[in-house]
Design a protein around this ligand. Structure first.
Ligand SMILES: [Zn+2]
Length: 681
């Protein structure tokens, strides 16, 4: 654990707002609302308006007030707001694929100079120097608990960036990966002269070049940017944790126009976090599951993760949270294992297009109704910190195996190629909806679901069932892990497209590279959104593809209406592999098919995967659990219209939220949520 407490804080200052005469009252007020930490965003363009002239008087004052009122401080850099000289003197302007200039802009969230190309070495040098100035000035201040190196680090838009520096860095990245140009050309069937003059992609039709370019842009390049900030901070502060957080996470974002490969980039810092890319309101079952999915995904990237930008309503004169909405997000994050919960932001915004955006307080500093929810949450957190500080999410037995590379290539294949450029008309997110569909299926059946990165096959053995979403490219390196997993009784659910493309992005016309697990070959594949399956009397509209695999010795588990196999299984040791001829995840996402849920129930039941004790997703009762050595913390979310009671079969030691305890019985109010702490059996 990085901290021995859960951090409950808020974004506070991002120049130019709030204004100086508002600071002291706001910061004094935070303790009344049980908000322990405040975040200061340091805006490069604001604090170094002319090259080499640094003025931190605004930040100094906010720091002093934070100290005066005993608030913890998170320092976050807004390097993306670059001074004008960075563009004009050092050629920092980003260049698009047609040679167009993407000049620095004002934007509500990035007030001025958004943003230069940080792969330009002069931009990096100036930014690094700025970070050092800040670190030198503030390192050693007792109440700084955390440095946040970068706000929502990501590659966007699609047009970012085709400048000469990026071309050179892309060549370097390929050289590090392949060693020699001959090796790379052989692998991809490419025809490049050298890494130094490698052609930047100009269309998505060849797959390999745009695939590698986006892997570079959304992975290694972002990693490198975080490292220069990290190292600049560490020159002056050797101990305070340094994190960064992503805007959208791989689990939610497009892989082409807004990219960050969490598993790769997060390694650059001490720990990782995310903003909240889901809807702010929690008024539908799907939105609530999306929020929980975000947390369960992030935990697979880093179990010390923070949720940044918990919106107390997006605002903007349109979307305002109810108390229930905010409550669901706070308790949902805590229950999933988040170690920090940071609001975005204290006062609603008043600059640019972020009108009235996302305040716990209104633009004038007066509290919204949700502010009192923040206060209650913080109060319960203080009361029960002894239980939370060492707790972790209780492990589930079933995991979704997430593969950024497969998602990226599938999006290139399914979305691009319409024209001789990067326009993707009507982008398709089949992978994204396949993994989300399986998450929803399992949560709807009241299972505790986890994610595991395909880059961590050593973790496969910790589960009983693994699901590989749509279009998984198979790295033969993971086959031995899968073999050991299945020989011990593990179950693999391989969704449609499994092993269909090899790692060089080409089609696999022969047997899938997974021997000795099975001998299987893809024979036919057709895009199809229609009724092609009937299970237990339910006609199911499958999507996105209907495929026919020939599997040696495969047992047919389900057939399409035309009689061809829809799901086949093979035994491996004590375990089993199910190969799907349609995407079960994507189909469930669209249909919520009861027959498919029943199929998964059967598979999970056979290997003893347990369900949550009290969850009843169909009724609106959700469950999550944390545990430490001695105690278990049971979170129950009651979205029904009646108070619910649960027999926890153990004396309740403490509670939080909207519940009450009577010996072993735990009562949770209607449309509310609460947690109870019990000793482990
Ligand atoms: Zn560039």
């Amino acid at each position: 654990m990085i901290f021995d407490e859960i951090i409950h804080g808020t974004q506070y200052y991002r120049s130019p707002t709030p204004l100086p005469n508002e600071w002291e009252g706001d910061i004094a007020n935070m303790s009344d609302f049980n908000i322990d930490a405040l975040q200061i965003r340091i805006n490069w363009r604001n604090n170094e308006r002319r090259e080499g002239e640094y003025d931190f008087s605004d930040v100094d004052r906010v720091m002093e007030l934070a100290e005066k009122y005993n608030r913890k401080v998170v320092v976050k850099f807004l390097l993306e707001c670059a001074p004008q000289y960075v563009f004009d003197k050092y050629g920092g302007t980003r260049i698009g694929p047609r040679g167009e200039q993407l000049r620095g802009a004002y934007h509500g969230a990035f007030y001025g100079g958004w943003r230069p190309c940080f792969t330009n070495p002069m931009v990096q040098e100036r930014a690094s120097l700025f970070v050092e100035k800040v670190a030198e000035r503030y390192a050693g201040r007792k109440n700084i608990i955390l440095w946040n190196a970068w706000n929502e680090i990501r590659n966007r838009p699609m047009e970012d960036c085709f400048c000469l520096h990026c071309r050179k860095a892309f060549g370097k990245y390929l050289e590090n990966k392949f060693g020699s140009i001959e090796k790379m050309n052989d692998f991809y069937g490419a025809t490049e002269e050298s890494f130094e003059n490698v052609n930047l992609p100009a269309s998505a039709h060849g797959y390999w070049d745009i695939y590698e370019f986006k892997k570079f842009k959304g992975g290694v390049e972002l990693y490198n940017w975080l490292r220069f900030v990290y190292e600049a901070i560490r020159k002056y502060d050797k101990t305070t944790p340094i994190m960064s957080h992503v805007g959208f996470t791989s689990a939610f974002q497009s892989s082409i126009s807004d990219v960050c490969d969490d598993y790769t980039v997060s390694k650059a810092v001490d720990f990782w976090g995310t903003s909240v890319p889901c809807d702010s309101s929690m008024d539908t079952h799907e939105k609530r599951l999306d929020f929980l999915m975000l947390n369960d995904f992030l935990r697979s990237v880093d179990e010390n993760y923070f949720i940044h930008e918990i919106y107390p309503g997006l605002g903007m004169f349109k979307w305002y949270d109810t108390t229930f909405d905010l409550r669901f997000k706070l308790y949902g994050g805590l229950a999933s294992g988040a170690k920090g919960l940071i609001y975005w932001q204290y006062r609603a915004e008043r600059v640019g297009h972020e009108n009235d955006c996302a305040g716990i307080m209104r633009m004038d500093g007066s509290p919204r109704e949700v502010a009192f929810e923040a206060k209650d949450f913080g109060g319960y957190l203080h009361d029960n910190m002894q239980y939370f500080k060492n707790s972790k999410a209780k492990k589930g037995d079933v995991a979704i195996v997430f593969d950024f590379d497969s998602m990226l290539l599938s999006e290139i294949e399914d979305s691009c190629g319409v024209d001789y450029d990067f326009s993707h008309y009507g982008p398709q997110y089949y992978y994204r909806f396949a993994h989300a569909g399986m998450y929803r299926l399992l949560r709807n059946e009241n299972y505790n679901v986890e994610y595991v990165g395909v880059t961590h096959p050593e973790k496969f053995k910790d589960y009983k069932v693994l699901y590989f979403p749509y279009y998984t490219m198979l790295d033969t390196k993971i086959v031995p892990y899968l073999q050991a997993f299945m020989e011990n009784g593990g179950i693999v659910i391989a969704d449609e497209g499994f092993g269909m493309r090899t790692l060089n992005t080409w089609m696999q016309p022969y047997d899938i590279d997974c021997k000795p697990l099975m001998t299987a070959r893809l024979r036919e594949r057709r895009l199809m959104h229609g009724e092609a399956l009937e299970v237990n009397g339910e006609k199911i509209r499958i999507s996105p593809y209907k495929s026919e695999y020939v599997v040696d010795g495969g047992e047919t588990e389900m057939s399409f209406l035309d009689g061809t196999p829809a799901v086949q299984s093979v035994k491996v040791g004590k375990g089993k592999l199910y190969l799907f001829g349609f995407s079960i995840g994507h189909t469930y996402f669209n249909t919520q098919s009861k027959a498919l849920a029943a199929f998964m129930n059967g598979v999970l039941n056979d290997v003893g995967v347990e369900k949550y004790a009290f969850a009843d997703s169909g009724k609106g009762i959700y469950e999550k659990r944390l545990e430490n050595e001695k105690q278990e913390i049971i979170f129950l979310f009651n979205n029904t219209d009646e108070e619910q009671q649960f027999d926890l079969k153990s004396e309740i030691l403490s509670i939080g939220g909207d519940g009450k305890a009577d010996k072993n019985i735990f009562y949770v109010k209607e449309k509310s949520m609460a947690y109870a702490v019990i000793n482990k059996a």
